[in-house]
Ligand binder design. Structure first.
Ligand SMILES: *Cc1c(COP(=O)(O)O)cnc(C)c1O
Length: 376
């Protein structure tokens, strides 16, 4: 017997789908353009290490994480290749860039100077990439500061400028002129140091990789597309040429109880739903603590016996109720699918995102990072 029983709620990750998606996206790129796989957010909820391994199977040797600790975990798990740390680091974490061979993305003079000082002290060299703000108003130096930073980096020992990068705020929107405008700003900033710069340029996220290939430069940095979704929130857009990407995550549970209630009965906290007919309910052991948002109250749908059924009333911490009046023969212990396929029906992370007023990214992170995962 296992030392602990497994949860009724299981997130299943199809690692072959991850490998497939990386292969489809990377083989669509012009020759010479590399594809970095973003595995931050614990691989968008799919498991950082398992996702990195699945992408590596398709030839991926470039990975992106948010923090240095994630890069160290990847190394400890034996992941090879280049690992970019995207959101900076605290001064006390600087040595990990050397000991774990991580590539820092920098956007402050302090970080540049600390990396140089540490490189000298350790007798090492390190390649860093400079982030430019071309409209996210987030991390990144302003385009007018790029030349100054390039000079600072050139004049300090132990460090070298390996790349210039930026990030698009609206590449998921094919109709927005923002991406082309931001790319112009980025290109001009790169040009301002053209004579002394020999590194690579990269700006394209999934939206740009799928919709604006003219912005690919030397490397795409894809996240959501590799997990099988389009950043636009419409699964129909989640394709490369004519080939659809494959969502890799599904989320299932087992019905905890089936019960009948009469007309006019309130359901769950606040009685936000009152039955309008004699109603058969299935009670599911899934709630907001499992990443199934309370915003799905009276809005979400799940699959039982291959049919879509609606959530009735509020989603509780560990439970929610669905209407199975129209489905015969449902019993406690039957499988219910909250994300994924059952019979001919399918619920996508985009469906859940629309009901919960968010994006597939958040749905995948919330479900994947709050449940037991099974890798197949
Ligand atoms: C998350 C992230 C990406 C990937 O974005 P997707 O929309 O998931 O493709 C690319 N670059 C940076 C800097 C990021 O933080």
């Amino acid at each position: 017997m296992n030392p602990t029983p497994s949860s009724s709620n299981i997130v299943t990750i199809d690692t072959a789908a991850l490998t497939y998606n990386y292969r489809i996206v990377s083989s669509s790129l012009p020759s010479g353009v590399e594809l970095l796989a973003m595995v931050k957010g614990d691989g968008y909820g799919h498991g950082m290490v398992e996702s990195a391994r699945a992408f590596a199977k398709a030839g991926c040797h470039l990975f992106g994480v948010a923090e240095a600790c994630e890069g160290v975990w990847l190394r400890q798990a034996g992941v090879e290749g280049e690992i970019f740390v995207m959101v900076g680091f605290q001064p006390d974490a600087v040595e990990y860039f050397f000991t774990s061979n991580l590539t820092p993305v920098v956007f402050s003079a302090d970080a540049v100077e600390l990396l140089s000082k540490t490189a000298v002290r350790l007798g090492r060299e390190i390649t860093l990439h400079l982030k430019i703000d071309t409209g996210m108003s987030r991390l990144g130096v302003m385009p007018g500061e790029v030349a100054t930073f390039a000079e600072l980096i050139e004049n300090l020992p132990g460090i070298r400028l390996g790349g210039l990068l930026s990030h698009f705020p609206e590449a998921d929107n094919v109709d927005s002129p923002n991406t082309i405008n931001a790319f112009r700003v980025y290109s001009e900033a790169c040009r301002s140091i053209e004579t002394q710069f020999s590194g690579i340029r990269h700006i394209a996220n999934s939206g740009a990789v799928l919709n604006f290939p003219e912005t690919l430069c030397d490397m795409g940095r894809a996240g959501i597309a590799l997990y099988g979704y389009s950043p636009s929130g419409q699964w129909q857009h989640g394709k490369v040429g004519d080939t659809y990407l494959k969502p890799a995550m599904s989320f299932t549970t087992r019905i905890a109880k089936v019960k009948e209630v009469a007309t006019g009965v309130g359901i769950s906290y606040g009685h936000s739903y009152v039955t309008t007919r004699p109603t058969r309910l299935a009670v599911l052991p899934v709630g907001y603590e499992d990443g199934y948002s309370r915003l799905l109250s009276n809005r979400g749908e799940i699959l039982v016996h291959g049919k879509r059924v609606p959530i009735l009333g509020r989603v509780c911490m560990n439970l929610c109720m669905v209407d199975i009046t129209d489905i015969e023969g449902v019993q406690a212990g039957d499988e219910a699918v909250l994300l994924g396929e059952q019979g001919d029906e399918k619920i996508t992370a985009d469906d859940i995102a629309a009901w919960a007023e968010t994006i597939s990214y958040e749905v995948l992170c919330m479900l994947g990072n709050n449940n037991q995962r099974k890798f197949i």
